[in-house]
Design a protein around this ligand. Structure first.
Ligand code: EPU
Length: 332
């Protein structure tokens, strides 16, 4: 257990103050020990994965920050499927690479997303027409308060757009995730960016080829983390009723609409920020809406959480004034 550990370099935003206490867990036993330490000292525990969807306050984090460092990864056959059993601290993109090397379909559209397997599950990461929930089988968890170990299955995991049981019930710490892959025999390339890649001759037959194409598309849309800070999309795309979507589409000609299975319609916030509000590059202090994808906030080195908060507030107000929609943060 270390004290006053700077967190900025443990996040992709490169922003934020220190953790009062910090430790890395290499095993379930070490997670249990940390939780027991926190309980004994009445400290809160924040579980850190790859820090790729976080804005750490400038004043830092009180309590214990527990970085998950269980990175084991094993494949097992289960009939025609392959199960991937992986520690919560394994790199998500490492999982995508490992599946690609074995030629297994299922996670290739989620290539290039920074962060860990645990974070990917909590957040139900999604991109290019795929979501983590498509392959999730179960996760092993430890209850922060009781130390009890249990298992949360797909049926219990309540996955929705950037949401899950784990996100709502932070008392459960994911230690291991099991993914079921290989049942999709072909690539899912229906997302417009991938359709365009195929039309221009990019090969998309194998999981590794799709992953490569997704990484190339992402490279054009996101800041390079080595140079600038970012946590990807800063806001969620709003989910609105069919009626509201239709009336917005009449006012904003060309607004992309994505009907959901539950009858709601996802509307493209990037489009509104770009085409209606001309906010590409809009900045407060060292933080700005990224020029090639304005849903993404980019932070210069030295930017503060206060800059990002102020930017987010101004953007929320502008969107509300234009549409009447209260947008929600995607970044925690
Ligand atoms: N658009 C513009 N101007 C732009 C960029 C986009 O008008 O500068 C419009 C285009 O019409 C485009 C549409 O916005 O077709 C959607 O853009 P994009 O495909 O980039 O997707 P997004 O809805 O903005 C979501 C996820 C991303 C994910 C992409 C790709 C959320 C909050 N974001 O963004 O996830 O990579 O789809 O599937 O749902 C993240 O969660 O951090 C993240 C980056």
């Amino acid at each position: 257990m270390k004290e006053n550990v700077p967190l900025a370099s443990l996040t992709t935003f490169h922003i934020g103050g220190p953790a009062r206490y910090f430790t890395e867990a290499q095993s379930v036993e070490e997670v249990k020990e940390t939780l027991a330490f926190a309980r004994a000292n009445s400290l809160s525990v924040f579980v850190l994965g790859g820090g790729s969807n976080l804005l750490v306050p400038d004043g830092g984090v009180d309590g214990v920050v527990l970085k998950m460092a269980m990175r084991d990864m094993n494949f097992e056959s289960d009939g025609a499927d392959t199960l991937l059993i992986t520690g919560a601290g394994a790199s998500w993109d490492g999982v995508v690479d490992a599946a690609g090397e074995k030629g297994i379909f299922g996670v290739e559209n989620l290539a290039g997303i920074p962060g860990t397997v645990g974070g990917a599950v909590v957040q139900n990461i999604g991109a290019y027409g795929a979501e983590l929930s498509n392959v999730f089988e179960y996760a092993d968890v430890i209850n922060k308060e009781t130390g009890k170990i249990s298992c949360i299955t797909f049926r219990e995991a309540e996955f929705a757009y950037r949401d899950s049981f784990f996100k709502k019930h932070r008392e459960f710490v994911i230690t291991r995730a099991v993914l079921r892959m290989g049942h999709d025999a072909a690539a899912n390339t229906s997302y417009p960016d991938l359709e365009r890649a195929r039309a221009s001759g990019v090969p998309l037959a194998t999981p590794a080829e799709v992953a490569g194409a997704v990484r190339a598309i992402r490279a054009k849309k996101f800041p390079r983390i080595a140079e600038e800070g970012t946590a990807g999309s800063f806001f969620k795309n709003p989910l609105v009723s069919r009626e509201l979507a239709d009336s917005l589409a009449k006012r904003f000609v060309g607004l992309p609409l994505f009907p959901q299975e539950n009858g709601m319609v996802k509307i493209s916030l990037a489009w509104i920020l770009d085409k209606e509000l001309s906010l590409k590059g809009f900045s407060v202090g060292g933080a700005r809406l990224y020029e090639s994808q304005p849903l993404v906030v980019s932070a210069r080195r030295g930017a503060t959480a206060k800059d990002v908060d102020a930017l987010a507030l101004e953007v929320s107000e502008k969107v509300f004034d234009a549409t009447g929609i209260k947008i929600e943060r995607e970044v925690e």
